[in-house]
Design a protein around this ligand. Structure first.
Ligand SMILES: *[C@@H]1O[C@H](CO)[C@@H](O)[C@H](O)[C@H]1NC(C)=O
Ligand SMILES: *[C@@H]1O[C@H](CO)[C@@H](O)[C@H](O)[C@H]1NC(C)=O
Ligand SMILES: *[C@@H]1O[C@H](CO)[C@@H](O)[C@H](O)[C@H]1NC(C)=O
Length: 302
């Protein structure tokens, strides 16, 4: 069972790799709102819009103050669409009649006004919000609309590449990016794939020490960063540990396990993680969440 579950996961992930190449990773910076916006012109349902933003490490945008509204207007000003408007994050899916952004800001506190005749909750089925020419209307969440994702600058960690400047020899052909947000192993890899990479695999002891040096500061300041998901897993659920590309860890170049993590109590932990304090591999619960490390080819930094 576990085996086929992983295979299906891997198939889904590799298919989405093909899919994801289509949307370019193109966010525009808006310093006034401390982050970046990206307009998605392919219309989606509200739930899919939210999911796509999430996979990009962003949130479905809601303009909850005047600078955010200005940024939104600027991001969509040259965009042509036949749709009624664009989705924003505001919805009443879990609180019928009360509209909140994904960050739980109430619609009433936003610099937005209803279009004439709205909200009408037509057929008692309108739990989402469309942004139309600076105003809003309630709309059925299954309608297909373009949308805008928002990424806070602070949520971005800088990718580390070959660093001539600091004198530390980095991997020659790769960049790494640590995601601070906690995700399950599968969600983590989907996010890496959406950015044009994959969960990182480690190919040598040198690479491992390099990562330790690069990220160890985070461990001492925040112990929650000690365990990070990386790109290997138990393919059979019986100890067949391989990278997501299917290589044995030995062939991949690094199989240095933390000894405490190879006892029987580990049954059920079938996803791979790295313990940053001593750069040893450990097994971890796939459904638990942890920060994670993506790797990208050197020339395709997200
Ligand atoms: C981002 O998108 C804009 C507008 O579509 C385009 O002009 C620009 O060249 C893109 N930038 C990158 C780096 O792809
Ligand atoms: C609006 O919110 C953003 C993000 O929280 C913040 O960076 C910005 O300073 C705020 N602007 C105003 C005018 O309150
Ligand atoms: C509106 O939403 C309901 C579910 O709340 C759905 O059953 C219905 O088909 C939707 N109508 C339209 C026109 O999309």
């Amino acid at each position: 069972m576990l085996f086929s579950y992983h295979i299906i996961n891997l198939l889904v992930v590799s298919f989405s790799a093909i899919e994801c190449k289509r949307f370019s990773f193109n966010y525009t910076s808006y310093p006034d709102i401390g982050g970046q916006l990206k307009y998605h012109n392919v219309p989606a349902t509200w739930r899919d819009a939210r999911l796509i933003c999430d996979m990009e490490g962003a949130v479905l945008f809601s303009p909850y103050n005047s600078s955010m509204k200005d940024a939104l207007d600027s991001e969509i000003k040259d965009m042509r669409t036949d749709c009624f408007g664009i989705y924003i994050g505001v919805n009443s899916i879990f609180s019928k009649g009360y509209f909140f952004s994904i960050e739980a800001v109430a619609l009433g506190d936003m610099p937005l006004q209803w279009l004439p005749g709205e909200p009408d909750n037509a057929d008692n089925s309108e739990d989402c919000i469309a942004y139309v020419d600076g105003c809003v209307a309630d709309i059925n969440c299954t309608e297909l609309l373009p949308f805008v994702c928002y990424k806070k600058s602070t949520a971005m960690s800088k990718p580390i590449c070959d660093t001539d400047d600091e004198g530390e020899p980095g991997p020659r052909d790769r960049c790494y990016k640590l995601h601070h947000e906690h995700r399950t192993w599968t969600q983590a890899n989907q996010i890496c794939v959406a950015e044009g990479g994959q969960l990182a695999t480690i190919r040598s002891r040198e690479e491992a020490s390099y990562l330790r040096i690069a990220y160890l500061g985070l461990v001492t300041s925040d112990i929650a960063f000690n365990v990070i998901f990386i790109g290997f897993l138990d393919w059979s659920g019986r100890g067949d540990w391989r990278t997501i590309q299917g290589q044995s860890l030995e062939n991949a170049g690094f199989d240095d396990w933390d000894s405490r993590h190879l006892d029987c109590s580990d049954a059920g932990k079938t996803c791979g993680a790295l313990q940053l304090t001593n750069v040893k591999l450990i097994s971890h619960w796939c459904e638990h969440t942890a920060p994670f490390l993506c790797a990208f080819p050197q020339n395709s930094t997200p």
